[in-house]
Design a protein around this ligand. Structure first.
Ligand code: DUC
Ligand code: ZN
Ligand code: ZN
Length: 464
């Protein structure tokens, strides 16, 4: 047997096991795992290094128009940042325009990504408008591999769906095998709090968080679980930030309901205190849901260990602080926190931030692989093609050096954002080599790939 690539002698980590082995790759797929004394066109020495399945980030926003701005990372810069951070698959969000079809949005997002992406990618569909006549279109999308649909309980007048619409969307997934992904915050009440704060002259970034309390995330989470229970379908919560919301998920799961949730590194590593940084700096952290008070992240870490939370994605939604060419920045909100485009970069930092938690003994290396690759692959119809390194899987392989250190900074990241939320933070671990379907995109921490390599992934519907 001759291989295209052999990754030799690394410590292979899966969601369940850790063992020393060689990986043999043929035609972009893992062909063998074990002791391989065979020929290979390329041999990569991974002794003393950690070999993991490429990260799957189930929540990115590349090239997304939002709040009067457009995210600064398009599919090329966003996916390049992903690769450098060890993420080899993203699931990005296409956005339906009000009064237009899902098909229209999907075509637009294919145009944004096709031939411009360094990693493999799928799409969720953001549902803005869901008249009864449109329900059948949802089934068609599922057949085309767009098997998940994000609905919002926040942003009235922009994205928010009422409970009846949410219920109809959930109920439709019972037969078509789609999954509803929920942004759970009570947008109507938040709007009242925002107006009241602005009327009182509270304009600084910190008020973004003060007008979006945890209880309103927990309430929406509870309500959405109830709607999914009545519809008799699973539900997945995106960017869960609040311990109180997690308690709702946990209580539902303890009752045996198929309720799932992701959190994001920002809710694990940053806190409300970051809004108190001097001047307008707090705007860097304006995102929805907001960062939570200190003490909240310990609850999320405990939930990750207990499997109350199943996935860590990033909600990569990058805006510059300063306006650039045709791209307004967070400065839009200097006079009102409510005008600051919501979001922050994250896709490049996720794996190393979480690997640092492994080094510190907070989570096991196997749980790390599960929450960054295996679980999102299973929940979003990418398994068994992706999310593991057994024979037959795509050869999306990351070689991580556990002894090197990496410092996060704006100067060395690959996002086009003009700031790094983790500026100056040093972690133990560095991404050395990254292969996407067997192709070396990064070797020795340097770019060796093609930003045209990524392919659209037709995802499978839910198994049950
Ligand atoms: N929700 C997201 O998932 N992304 C950006 C903004 C938001 O509210
Ligand atoms: Zn959201
Ligand atoms: Zn998002």
């Amino acid at each position: 047997m001759s291989y295209d690539l052999i990754v030799k002698g690394g410590t292979v980590v899966s969601a369940s096991d850790t063992f020393v082995a060689d990986l043999g790759v043929v035609n972009g797929k893992v062909a063998a795992v074990g002791k391989l004394d065979a020929e290979a066109k390329t041999l990569v020495d991974a002794r003393g290094k950690v070999v993991i399945p490429g990260g799957i980030d189930a929540h990115t926003h590349f090239d997304m128009p939002f709040m009067g701005a457009t995210t600064i990372d398009d599919f090329t810069s966003g996916s390049t940042a992903a690769v450098f951070g060890g993420t080899t698959t993203v699931v990005d969000f296409a956005i339906q325009q009000r009064g237009k079809t899902f098909r229209h949005a999907l075509d637009e997002w294919h145009r944004k990504a096709d031939g411009k992406t360094a990693v493999d990618y799928g799409f969720h569909m953001i549902v803005v408008d869901f008249p009864e006549e449109q329900e059948a279109e949802m089934d068609k999308l599922v057949d085309e591999g767009v098997t998940s649909f994000k609905l919002f309980m926040a942003y009235p007048g922009i994205f928010m769906s009422d409970d009846a619409t949410i219920y109809r969307a959930l109920a439709r997934t019972k037969d078509n095998g789609g999954t509803v992904c929920m942004h759970a915050e009570n947008g109507s009440v938040i709007d009242v709090l925002v107006k009241k704060a602005l009327a009182a002259g509270r304009i600084s970034p910190e008020w973004h968080a003060l007008t979006r309390p945890m209880t309103l995330e927990a309430e929406a989470t509870h309500r959405a679980i109830a709607l999914a229970e009545v519809a008799g379908v699973p539900i997945y919560f995106v960017h869960l930030s609040a311990g109180d919301a997690m308690d709702e998920v946990r209580a539902a799961r303890e009752r045996g309901l198929p309720v799932y949730a992701e959190t994001c590194p920002q809710y694990l590593y940053l806190s409300h205190e970051d809004y108190k940084r001097p001047g307008f700096e707090g705007a860097k952290f304006v995102m929805s849901p907001p960062l939570r008070p200190e003490g909240n992240s310990a609850r999320l870490w405990a939930g990750l260990k207990r499997n109350d939370l199943q996935v860590v994605s990033t909600d990569h939604c990058s805006f510059c602080m300063k306006a650039g060419k045709n791209k307004p920045g967070k400065e839009l909100g200097r006079k009102s926190f409510a005008q600051i485009p919501n979001g922050a970069p994250g896709v490049e930092y996720r794996l190393l931030l979480l690997w640092d938690a492994v080094q510190r003994g907070v989570i096991s290396e196997n749980r790390f692989v599960e929450i960054t690759a295996t679980a999102p692959a299973k929940l979003f119809g990418l398994y068994p093609r992706k999310g593991h390194l057994n024979p037959g899987a795509d050869a999306d392989i990351v070689i991580l050096d556990p002894n090197q250190r990496h410092t996060f900074t704006r100067q060395n990241h690959h996002s086009a954002a003009d700031y790094n939320p983790y500026e100056g933070v040093t972690v133990k671990g560095a991404i050395r080599d990254v292969f996407v379907r067997g192709a070396a995109q990064v070797l020795g921490g340097r770019w060796t790939g093609r930003t045209t390599h990524g392919r659209f992934l037709k995802r499978a519907p839910r198994a049950a």
